[in-house]
Design a protein around this ligand. Sequence first.
Ligand code: BEZ
Length: 404
Amino acid sequence: MSQSITLLRSLDRRRFLMGSAGVLAAGAAFRFPTPAIAQAAPLKVGFMLPYSGTFAKLGKFIDDGFRLYVEQQGGSLGGRPIQFFQVDDESKPEAGTDNMNRLVGREKVDVVVGTVHSGVAMAMVKVARDTNTMLIIPNAGVNEATGPLCAPNIFRTSFSNWQVCEPMGKVMFDAGHRNVVSITWRYAAGQQMVGAFAEGFIKAGGKVVEELALPFPEVEFQALITRIATLKPDAVFAFFAGGGAVKFVKDYAAAGLSKSIPLYGAGFLTDGTIPAQGEAANGIKTTLHYADNLDNAANKAFLTAFKTKTGQDGDIYAVQGFDAAALMAAGLSATKGDWAARTQVVAAMQAAKFDSPRGPLSFNKANNPVQNVYLREVRNGRNELVSVAGQAVNDPARGCRAPA
Ligand code: BEZ
């Protein structure tokens, strides 16, 4: 953990020194009033992400996506050079408060960007609220962050757990399924996602016959897959992501169930995982706020640039990181780089509207994205668009008293 900070600190030190040399020269010539000097200083961005464990690839892609946007702007946002700090949160909620305090208290970052895991995000939200630190959540969908715990200093560039799964209820009912089993990890994201799916499915007229779960991040699925075979539902709805999703999809196919009991899920089941899942992923239908082949200019440009930078195919995690930097740029541009002008920064971020690679993106009163949710199917080794399952889906932000 501290190793990755130290590692980055030495890399960043070079960048920092280069940045501060320019600042000092300007100061010595007495050309700028003090606020301009402050605005030319590097802005400290703290990444608190999983760089190890089952969500390691997700964290890396968010980091890469964010850096890609900054590089495209010439290394600065709104005129401010960016200095990066990293903490590997290992997707461990119990370490969340300490890791956050390390960035906020010790490194004194200006903004924290993180994280992937909903349980870790809950700890981060509490510290962000207590210390009034700007927090941009580039993945974790925990409903509370833009629900009862919403705050002007907390933004999300990803989704709420409710938002991406509720539309799947109607999709599966319309496909003719009536009795469905859900399966997930037993933690906030899993419980909220299967809960949102059930809400939509029951509303449409369907029945969830059994909710199966195992502790995060366990991957011993066999007993639960056997239970599915015994129950013989019309279909299965699943939430897993990262390494766990790879194993679940392969185990499900190896048990021979994919032929008789169609597998559906939240899009994380197959996003960024298809190369490792191979043929086992074919035909899986999911809902998410992204599809690989979205036919818009921003997506095409993003996928080309991401491939050039990393040699890999972009996915939703990279998009969410990219958009986190774009959101910060909106705040910084409005204040000519003055991140301390908090009221104006927040107002500009709340009003931001982008042509994101995912399609049109804006923010609701709780600082959660308003965005399309797509039905996708795995074909040709990618998540291909089937239809728009929900246009401009807005999370209900239950319990949020408007943060602005
Ligand atoms: C979550 O914990 O919120 C989460 C993790 C991975 C993918 C999507 C959501």
